[in-house]
Every structure is written in structure tokens, then in C-alpha cells.
Ligand binder design. Structure first.
Ligand SMILES: Nc1ncnc2c1ncn2[C@@H]1O[C@H](COP(=O)(O)OP(=O)(O)OP(=O)(O)O)[C@@H](O)[C@H]1O
Ligand SMILES: C[C@H](O)[C@H](O)[C@@H](O)C(=O)CO
Ligand SMILES: [Mg+2]
Length: 471
């Protein structure tokens, strides 16, 4: 045993391979490879370049060998909802179409004609996002029914990479729940739902929980890498892994802050009540069959697009600095408006929104950035009020985890608008959650409580309080 575990964490904007090493109750991380991820146009659709992403995974694994480290295990997590279909010969039948592709426009409403919205929610407990897998598959059925008929395997993105590594095909629970095709109570594929939609249920594989050891590397890859590893299923939905790393889940709200902001709480049972439906909260699956009661907020995608609109001449840290110099400027947009999901130009869209709502129109990069951050903080506050109304309790603390927790100005804004204590960190929450799940699968860590204690003892958390309240 090398006592090293290798996490592959691929988000919508970046991917990274991080080695975890457990020693004396502390978890040490070593980022060995980082790469950009982005949507590409392919066959008239917005897609992910999964061939390039798999090459990056292999590049990162080879760097372990160069470091003289042979990890005991590897685990892969990515963003949710997206998938590929394989034929009877395990060849790709589809591109990895991205959830921001407009092919699902109007599909949710078509599905509601077959299964009423309320029934769909009370059975799956999953939020209504127009890009959920259920609507992607229904869109495919409208345009290419022959593809669905030929499909013998449905694999979500991490599961497809696992197949390329091991030859094994399996679905993993946390990511499967994001499809809105899993029953929240049986935790299995909802065959009645699939039959009603005319989607062949045979292509779905057994749903396995996080901490499952799927297998080991194929013979060809062992020869290519020079060593073998166990391939473990972490919570393959990146937010499922991130939530494992939340330092204090009791009486706390987490914000997994990256391309999306996922704001919610950890729960032991699904909450599929009318109020949760009204506010569009989800009950995604977590480790040990916990539930992630949360909602998607548009997130730092908006500032990622603003950065791109300015031709990447500013880093994220520089955009924050420019926003700090615009304290007098304030305009608020509804970040959860679909118009911000994939606009041609985010800066133009923000300016148009402010003009339409008769607010000061942000002109400078600093004013644009401040508008994004102020608007995100307001959206977080709204979601927190909804959570406290549903749970009928006050949550004194907010844990901000993920890359976005490096934004000190936004952390302070959240503390100011919510008047709650904001704990920022760990940055690589997703990779950490991925790694500890591997250690639990291999028996190095025994419980999630032990994992969370190790995480708390290993990574710094920065505290922010409302700067306008004395004491
Ligand atoms: N130094 C920084 N200052 C301010 N914000 C930062 C800084 N570094 C990163 N960020 C923010 O963190 C975001 C990336 O977060 P993260 O790396 O968690 O996303 P990801 O994992 O690529 O995507 P996903 O959310 O899909 O997992 C960036 O979009 C940026 O807004
Ligand atoms: C598309 C999904 O809503 C997205 O992946 C979200 O679930 C997430 O986890 C982002 O990291
Ligand atoms: Mg991420």
C-alpha cells in the first residue's frame, strides 16, 4: 500500500488530478495536473470534448509514475446530468452533449403532458432544471429515436471514463439521482417513469453506491502506465463529493461555489413537499444514502463568461479587485433567469437586464463584476430564507466550499447580507470528498464522521462575520 489515493475532479470550467496522502490523521494534497474544461461545438450541438478529457486523465496518471508514486486507487467525479450512450459493441452512439445545449428547450413542458410536474417531483424529489437528463433523453427521442433504440448502455460522464479505465459499466447513485429518473424512496431507476416516456429501461445499469470498488485497470492501461490501481466509485457527482468535505454540516448551510453555486443542507430523508417544489429545491443522493437538499444558483459561471468577454485580460482575483473599487455602484440582476444560462455575451445580457429594470447600467469591468457578485449574494440570501422557512429553523452558519471560497469580497458580502457566520474552505472540497471516499472503500477511514474530522484537522477555514454589526 502506497497510502496514496488519486482524485480526478472535472468541473465545468476546469479539471484537476490531486493525490491524497493520509499520514498521522492528516490528509495532504498534491495537485499533479490541472487543465481547462470547456464546451465545444460538435455536430451542431454544444458538447464536452470527452476524448480530450480522457487524454488529460491519462496524462495526469502518468505524472504519478514520474513522481515515483503508484496510488492504491483512483476515483473520478464530474458535473452532473450529462451522459453518453453505447451500442451493443460498446461503441459511442452519441456525443457528450452539454447540458447548456438548447436541444432541451421546451422538453420539460412536453414531459409534463405525460407525467404531471407534481407527480414527477413527489416521486423523484429532483429540482426542475430544463437540462436534466430526463429532458435530454426525451429530446433525443424526438430527434433521433433510432439512436435510443440501438442504445445498450447509458453511462454518465464519470462512468464512461470508468468504463475506459476498467471495461466495466455501472451507474453510480449520487450522479444517477441528478437525472430525475431515480425514485427518491426506492433509490432505483423509476421503470414506470421510463416506460411512460418510451425510454428503454434496459440500457440503464445497476446503481452502485459511493465507496464501491468497481475493479482495476485494463491490461492495456497497466502496460501503458506501468502500474495498476483499484478504480473506486466516489460520489461521482462532483457536488456529492464536495458536500462530504463540509467541515460543519450540523446547523449549517453549505454553498458549493464553482461554476454553479449549489446551496443547501445535508439531510437523512427526502423532502418532496409542496413548499420544496414551490421553491424548486432538489433531493440529490449523497454518500451513505444521505440527501443533498439544495438548489442550483447560476453561480460563478457568470463571472467566467464576463472574464471570457473581456478576452481573459483580467484574472478572477483582478476582477474582484476591480469590483472592490466600485463600492458605490449597485445594480442587482436575477441570476437565476434562464437568459444567463448561455447568452451570446454575458456583459451585454447583464447591461440589457439593468436597462430593462431601470437600474444603473454597469459600464466598467469593475461595475460588471460587482453587479454579478452583489446579485449572487442576494440570490444566496433568498435561498437561505427559503431553506429556513421549509425547515422552520435558523441556520447560524454558512460553509462556502470550492474554488469560489477564494473570493474574500464575496464571502464578506454573504456575511453582510445574511448576518450569518461564513466559514470559507476547503477550496478543493470536491477532490477531498473524492479522496476520503476512496480511503473509506479501502478501509483506511471507517466512517464519514472520521472523514470529516480528518478534513477539519487538515484544511484551513477562514471566518467572516457581518462587518456592520458590532460584537
Ligand atoms: N483567486 C480567486 N479569486 C476569486 N475567485 C476565484 C479565484 N480562484 C478561483 N475563483 C473562482 O472559482 C471558480 C472556479 O471554482 P472551481 O474550481 O470550484 O470550479 P470548477 O470545479 O472548475 O467547476 P464546477 O463548479 O463545475 O466544479 C472560478 O470561476 C472563479 O470565479
Ligand atoms: C448541471 C448540474 O446542475 C451541475 O453539474 C450541478 O449539479 C453541479 O454539481 C455543478 O458542479
Ligand atoms: Mg468543481
Amino acid at each position: 500500500m502506497s497510502n496514496y489515493s488519486l482524485a480526478v475532479d472535472i468541473g465545468a470550467s476546469s479539471g484537476r488530478l490531486i493525490l491524497g496522502h493520509l499520514a498521522n490523521g492528516k490528509l495532504n494534497l498534491d495537485e499533479i495536473h490541472r487543465f481547462e474544461n470547456k464546451i465545444v461545438k460538435k455536430n451542431e450541438h454544444f458538447c464536452w470534448d470527452i476524448e480530450a478529457l480522457f487524454q488529460e486523465i491519462k496524462t495526469g496518471i502518468k505524472k504519478c509514475n514520474e513522481l515515483g508514486i503508484k496510488p492504491d486507487s483512483i476515483g473520478i467525479d464530474t458535473w452532473a446530468v450529462d451522459y453518453v450512450l453505447l451500442d451493443e459493441h460498446d461503441n459511442l452512439l452519441t456525443d457528450a452533449v452539454a447540458y447548456r445545449d438548447p436541444r432541451t428547450d421546451g422538453m420539460m413542458e412536453e414531459v409534463f403532458k405525460i407525467i404531471p410536474k407534481e407527480k414527477l417531483y413527489f416521486e423523484t424529489g429532483i429540482q426542475f432544471q430544463k437540462f436534466n437528463t430526463i429532458y435530454q433523453l426525451y429530446a433525443l427521442k424526438q430527434t433521433s429515436p433510432e439512436v435510443l433504440q440501438k442504445a445498450k448502455s447509458f453511462l454518465m460522464i464519470p462512468e464512461y471514463f470508468n468504463f475506459l479505465l476498467t471495461g466495466k459499466k455501472a451507474n453510480e447513485y449520487t450522479n444517477a439521482t441528478s437525472t430525475q429518473l431515480v425514485n427518491a424512496f426506492t433509490k432505483k431507476w423509476d421503470h414506470e417513469l421510463l416506460d411512460k416516456l418510451g425510454i428503454n429501461k434496459e440500457m440503464f445499469h445497476e446503481i452502485l453506491p459511493p465507496k464501491t470498488v468497481l475493479g482495476t485497470l485494463s491490461k492495456e492501461l497497466v502496460e501503458e502506465f506501468g502500474f495498476d490501481m483499484k478504480v473506486v466509485l466516489p460520489a461521482t457527482h462532483d457536488t456529492g463529493s464536495a458536500v462530504i468535505s463540509v467541515p460543519e454540516v450540523e446547523d449549517s448551510i453549505y454553498i458549493s461555489s464553482g461554476t454553479w453555486s449549489l446551496i443547501g443542507v445535508e439531510n437523512r430523508f427526502p423532502i418532496c413537499v409542496p413548499q420544496a417544489l414551490k421553491y424548486n429545491f432538489t433531493n440529490e443522493g449523497g454518500i451513505d444514502y444521505r440527501y443533498r437538499f439544495l438548489k442550483n444558483i447560476m453561480g460563478l459561471w457568470m463571472i467566467q463568461e464576463v472574464k471570457r468577454n473581456y478576452h481573459d485580460q483580467y484574472s478572477f482575483a483582478e476582477l474582484v479587485k476591480l469590483a472592490e473599487n466600485e463600492q458605490q455602484f449597485q445594480s442587482i440582476v436575477n441570476v437565476d433567469d434562464d437568459r444567463f444560462l448561455k447568452p451570446d455575451n454575458m456583459v451585454d445580457e447583464i447591461q440589457k437586464y439593468c436597462q430593462e429594470t431601470k437600474q444603473p447600467i454597469p459600464q466598467t469591468p469593475g461595475q460588471i463584476a460587482k453587479c454579478v457578485y452583489d446579485s449572487l449574494a442576494e440570490s444566496y440570501k433568498r435561498a437561505i430564507n427559503e431553506i429556513e422557512e421549509i425547515f422552520e429553523k435558523n441556520f447560524p452558519r454558512i460553509n462556502v466550499i470550492g474554488g469560489g471560497c477564494q473570493n474574500e469580497m464575496l464571502n464578506q458580502m454573504i456575511a453582510n447580507v445574511t448576518n450569518k457566520e461564513v466559514c470559507a474552505g476547503p477550496i478543493e472540497a470536491t477532490a477531498i470528498g473524492n479522496i476520503v471516499a476512496q480511503y473509506m472503500a479501502l478501509g483506511e477511514i471507517h466512517t464519514i464522521q472520521e472523514a470529516r474530522t480528518t478534513i477539519k484537522d487538515s484544511f484551513e477555514v477562514k471566518i467572516y462575520k457581518n462587518q456592520y454589526v458590532r460584537g
